[in-house]
Design a protein around this ligand. Sequence first.
Ligand SMILES: Cc1cc2nc3c(=O)[nH]c(=O)nc-3n(C[C@H](O)[C@H](O)[C@H](O)COP(=O)(O)OP(=O)(O)OC[C@H]3O[C@@H](n4cnc5c(N)ncnc54)[C@H](O)[C@@H]3O)c2cc1C
Length: 416
Amino acid sequence: MAIDFRLTARQSELQLQSRRFAKEVLSPVLEAEALPTPEERFAATRPAYEAVIAAGFLRKCIPLSAGGESAGLIETAIIAEELYAVNASVALTLIGTLLGLLPLLIGGTEEQRRRLLHPFLKQAGAPLAGFCATEPGGSANAASPPPGEGVRTTATLRGDRWILEGRKSWVSSATGWDRKGADILTVLCRTDPRAPPERGISVLIMERPVSGLIFERAIDSVGHRAHSLPQFRFEEARVPSDNVVGTVGGGLALTAACFTGAAALVGIFAVALMRAAFKFTLGFARTERRGGILPILEHQAVGYALADAKTAIEAIRSLCWRACQAVDAQSPSAQELAIQAKVLGSETAVRVLTDLMRVVGIESYDHALPLGRLLQDALALPLFGGGNLGVRRRQLHAILKMLEYDPLASVSEVEV
Ligand SMILES: Cc1cc2nc3c(=O)[nH]c(=O)nc-3n(C[C@H](O)[C@H](O)[C@H](O)COP(=O)(O)OP(=O)(O)OC[C@H]3O[C@@H](n4cnc5c(N)ncnc54)[C@H](O)[C@@H]3O)c2cc1C
């Protein structure tokens, strides 16, 4: 009886609570996406994000062992699907904050967690965190040895402080609500320029107020229009020496661990966007005759396209839930499954969105309908959380090149 895709009573309640919340609170905030500048759009989502926090959704994504309420990644996936299906920008502000905390949750000491997590466990305010990996000029080759540049941001130990210099970009919410910095930034940086990347790169934690963080610009992104994606730099930014997460030099391994669970969640974002588009398109096909005699759903071409879309949604959700279960169980196949969920889910979402736009026809090209927005959001999925070409397929390639790789391991695991 180990394979059972039914939700527990607790998970089902979480799903319904998240769905109700998204409809009531996040749906009206979509209007923010029409504001002229990225910063105005992000600022307009703040009351909704405060409501997300007040309703306890961030607490519900933080593990019980760290003082939160989450019993596992599958619960985060349930919340993420419901929130993302309605408002990808605000949902990503929540999940981006969780990503910013992940190094602490996975590799932090008890003392660091006690000291740094409390603003994120309260059900008040609008706390933000960001994981700063991406840099202008590219980050797919962060692990490159010389002469590749790899991670360019540096941290130099002076007395009891690390001094950071460098630039970062595309980091969710990193400059906070006021350009001065999120409450916590976890920063991937080079702590030993002479060591090979697997020993010379670390994750440091910066606490607000961040000295030496300089806002450069708010990126005007194609989708996630009301989400904050700044470009910024560190100039003599100071971090206490005990704010290294995990070991000094262990930053790449910690980042890879954080991005495993995150990959499964990107797959769930894909499910959320496809599901929202499917619901809209089915309604359109049931009611619209487009000048003909019958609702267009009666045309076989339309029915088949909708059937294919629904099949894709079910398949990707199953793969994502399996990946979440593997991450929660710390299964040896977790990384492979999570990356597969990310790569296949993200690319399927882009295809399904365009297929559904063809079903609706020309009206889908009007922003008065939701499909254009959903496609714009979906276009990010193959690109972020580690690009599918520059990062994720390379990781899958590396897994299957390992001598001990067993293609059947993911289906041969025995419950212990
Ligand atoms: C909405 C959104 C939110 C984001 N949030 C964050 C965040 O919170 N934190 C963060 O750090 N980043 C964030 N990003 C950035 C994102 O995670 C990117 O996936 C990441 O920076 C890697 O980008 P890239 O793969 O395009 O890398 P780049 O280095 O820019 O590579 C560009 C392209 O070059 C090619 N390429 C490069 N090297 C290789 C190689 N060795 N082999 C094969 N092909 C190669 C690939 O085609 C790749 O797509 C976000 C982006 C978006 C859109």
